[in-house]
Design a protein around this ligand. Structure first.
Ligand SMILES: Nc1ncnc2c1ncn2[C@@H]1O[C@H](COP(=O)(O)OP(=O)(O)OP(=O)(O)O)[C@@H](O)[C@H]1O
Ligand SMILES: [Mg+2]
Length: 407
């Protein structure tokens, strides 16, 4: 039918709605930034640190952003889109002599009405409902990031910069208090950067898009006992899915798939009391995996486990890395774990002091010792050999070293 074809040429879609939400969201973010600047400028003005003109200038900026938002809301393109849909129905009706209206036209009308309703909601909620896309292949980009827990405290993070590509397995090491957990808390939005910023897949993170950003992230913490919420393994994994309002009939398969990835599929009906620390930690990973995050953060997830549990979790991290569609960030004190990683970030006193492959980072053993870090076991053996005049190439693990020596 020609009329509907003509209509469809200009009809707006879900993608257009998402772009509209993004635009609203962006201007609200700019408004929030200039409001924050204004309050700082006002404080400075009270202390006679800036001129009145400076305050005026920022005030004008705030008004400008407010105006822009009003303009975007007033020129809501979904209003016209809905008018067009109404016209479409009229035209179809007159063409059919008021007989039955074509189903396609009715669907188009219903869609336009829904888009209009959602666009109005998004104006009210500052575009928070946007669906963020992966704009690039950089899972996390940190730019000039600084953070203090209180104004007169030292920097817990001090001008940190790095990039982590999607699919990489990155370990973050550093002595106690070097800022590792602070970094992970910033990533998941528990803490807000003082200065600088960070991007997740090219989306600059701010207050208004944090809920959407969190969908990219999963985190597993140190204590396996604090992470078990359900009465059984199954219920525990289901918990996050229920929160995300996944349809109940889809859950069993998602739960089973996630449990299989951590080799807990035979424990679905077991209670937490009957599980070891390592098994509980595996369930915590499954719960995170069920939500299908792109980025998984482990904050010392192995440190409270016995050697067996520790080994199991490290194997799972390597498995996940080898499956290739997740970014794994593991904060760890386990210097043997870093040998599994693609990249190592070394923190000291809130600063990033090194970034590179495990081989690159382990080259300067004296430096690592100077910032109170251990050397992986294989590294200490290599050093002892070197002292005896036996030089070997750097090995990933003891097996590789032994093979090299036996050649
Ligand atoms: N809630 C807090 N209030 C005040 N200072 C804090 C708080 N949490 C951490 N800090 C301080 O911030 C700095 C960085 O701490 P952070 O927890 O990020 O270190 P970390 O590298 O994770 O250490 P660890 O290896 O012990 O877990 C430290 O000096 C710490 O004392
Ligand atoms: Mg920590």
């Amino acid at each position: 039918m020609k009329i509907i074809e003509e209509y469809n040429k200009t009809a707006l879609t879900d993608n257009d709605l998402n772009d509209y939400k993004k635009l609203i969201n962006e201007f609200h973010h700019k408004l929030a930034e200039s409001k924050a600047e204004l309050s700082i400028a006002k404080e400075k003005y009270a202390k006679l640190e800036v001129e009145k003109d400076e305050v005026k200038k920022i005030k004008a900026e705030v008004s400008f952003q407010k105006n822009e938002i009003a303009k975007i809301a007033n020129s809501n393109p979904f209003v016209l889109n809905f008018e067009n849909a109404k016209k479409l129905i009229k035209m179809v009706k007159s063409e059919n002599n008021n007989a039955e209206i074509d189903e396609e036209a009715i669907n188009a009308f219903v869609k336009a009405k829904q888009l209009l309703k959602e666009s109005k909601i998004s104006i009210q909620d500052k575009g928070r409902g946007i669906k963020l896309e992966k704009n690039n292949d950089i899972a996390i980009k940190v730019s000039n990031l600084s953070f203090k827990y209180a104004p007169d405290f030292p920097y817990a993070l001090n001008n940190v910069n790095f990039e982590i590509k999607h699919g990489e397995y990155v370990t973050i090491i550093g002595h106690n208090g070097s800022g590792k957990s602070t970094l992970s808390k910033i990533f998941i939005g528990v803490l807000k950067p003082e200065e600088g910023s960070y991007e997740i897949f090219g989306n600059k993170v701010h207050k208004n898009n944090l809920d959407q950003i969190r969908k990219f992230l999963g985190i597993v913490f140190q204590n396996p006992d604090n992470q078990f919420i359900g009465s059984t393994v199954q219920a525990d994994i289901a918990f996050g899915l229920e929160n995300k309002r996944v349809e109940p009939h889809l859950m069993p398969e998602i739960i089973l798939e996630a449990a299989k990835k951590v080799r807990m599929e035979n424990f679905l009906d077991k209670e937490p009391l009957n599980l070891s620390g390592g098994q509980k930690q595996r369930v915590a990973i499954a719960s995170a995996l069920a939500l299908n995050p792109e980025i998984l953060i482990f904050d010392e997830a192995t440190s409270m486990l016995d050697p067996k549990g520790n080994r199991e979790i490290k194997e799972i991290m390597v498995d996940l890395r080898n499956q290739g569609n997740k970014t794994i960030i593991s904060i760890t004190h386990d210097m043997d774990e870093i040998l599994n990683a693609d990249k190592v970030i070394v923190m000291n006193g809130g600063k990033m002091v090194q970034i590179g492959t495990p081989e690159e980072v382990l080259k300067d053993k004296d430096f690592l010792r100077s910032i109170k870090l251990d050397i992986p076991f294989v590294g200490t053996v290599e050093e002892a050999l070197a002292e005896q005049g036996i030089t070997v190439n750097h090995s990933k693990d003891m097996k590789e070293l032994v093979d090299q020596l036996c050649k």
